[in-house]
Design a protein around this ligand. Sequence first.
Ligand code: MG
Length: 155
Amino acid sequence: MRIGQGFDVHRVAEGRELVLGGVRIPDHPGLAGHSDADVVGHAVADAILGAAALGDLGAHFPDTDRWRDASSMDILREVGRLLRAEGSDLVNVDATVIAESPRLGPHLPAMVANIAEALGVEPSIVSVKATSTDGLGTTGRGEGIAAAAVVLITS
Ligand code: MG
């Protein structure tokens, strides 16, 4: 077994659509970024790359035209392919979204379903949780939304 961790944060930006875990969340400003700025997808993808010691997300998905406005679910699909090419499989994924707003509880099951589908795994091995930082710091002031993830893979 091997473990990997990932972390991401993007700035809240008016005029952008908020996408977290592949779920479009209405009535809230989105996140700035070259791709869809989906911090959940990015944290999970980085955790998988880390577990397999395959470098980081920026190395595989640079800020080029190829990945402009790219869906994080497409990135996850590609990372899943890279993982299987190494002969590894996912054991489980556990991600936490860190945001003061919006309320994410109702959206978590859809995030799990999207991530599982993109990675080609059962939803039962994917966990997405939400928390806030009690008004403290970057996420607490609503300046950004962050996500952290850990994954376990077979080696
Ligand atoms: Mg990112």
